[in-house]
Design a protein around this ligand. Structure first.
Ligand SMILES: Cc1cc2nc3c(=O)[nH]c(=O)nc-3n(C[C@H](O)[C@H](O)[C@H](O)COP(=O)(O)O)c2cc1C
Length: 209
């Protein structure tokens, strides 16, 4: 697929089939994630790929227990929020069946003389986006999540993650049960400023939701 087609149709996929993903595809996708930039090429990130059924089930159960009622109670003031939170509710209740969970983790290693926590996230997020786009290019669905934080102590124990390793995000990955499609994003004309700042164009929620 053309990279622009990949990016412009790469929706957060919260409806995932339980069918396994072939190991060679997982390797191809994570390899693409390793190509992402990082400060000083420090590459302070690691990819913890969880395919083991018992671990996935335990992690899925722990996140469901922590998140299900929280998400159910979140307000859905418009269609965008309703679709997103219905999707999140579905993802939380089916996470245990998701065939692959990828945790992108990082350590405080950069810069060498005075490591800063912010550089951990600078290393993890571009890698996460590479991973998400590579999966999309292969027709595989993913969603960037941070709700692993709700069950972090349990997840650390299940996966033997040391205390000095930060968990940046968890990316559930599977064959999509819904269609990829066009994205709702602010247009160029609302977000781009040519040569000088042109007034305060931004609103929240975005104008097109
Ligand atoms: C930093 C970050 C954290 C996110 N955390 C979550 C999350 O915990 N759960 C979830 O369902 N989606 C999460 N998302 C996904 C966003 O909700 C999604 O990318 C956004 O709504 C756009 O969705 P779309 O690409 O389908 O239009 C997160 C995205 C980012 C970039």
């Amino acid at each position: 697929m053309d990279v622009f087609d990949v990016m412009s149709s790469c929706r957060a996929m919260r409806y995932l089939k339980p069918d396994p993903i072939e190991p060679n595809l997982i390797e191809e996708i994570v390899t693409a994630a390793t190509w992402a930039p990082s400060p000083g090429n420090s590459q302070g990130r690691d990819f913890l790929i969880v395919t083991d059924e018992a671990s996935r089930r335990k992690i899925g159960d722990a996140i469901e227990e922590a998140m299900a009622s929280r998400v159910a109670e979140m307000e859905r003031p418009d269609r965008t929020h309703r679709l997103m939170l219905d999707g999140t509710e579905h993802l939380v209740s089916t996470l245990k069946n998701c065939p692959v969970l990828i945790f992108i983790c990082g350590k405080k290693i950069y810069p060498h003389q005075a490591p800063r926590e912010s550089f951990i996230w600078s290393s993890i997020y571009p890698a996460a986006q590479n991973l998400i786009l590579a999966a999309r290019a292969l027709g595989i669905g993913t969603v960037f999540t941070t709700f692993q934080g709700s069950a972090e102590p349990t997840i650390r124990e299940i996966l033997s993650i040391p205390d000095d390793v930060f968990i940046g995000c968890m990316i559930p990955m599977g064959w999509p049960a819904r269609k990829f499609g066009p994205l709702k994003r602010e247009p160029y004309s609302r977000v781009a400023h040519l040569n000088k700042w042109q007034g305060d164009l931004r609103t929240y929620p975005p104008s097109n939701t």
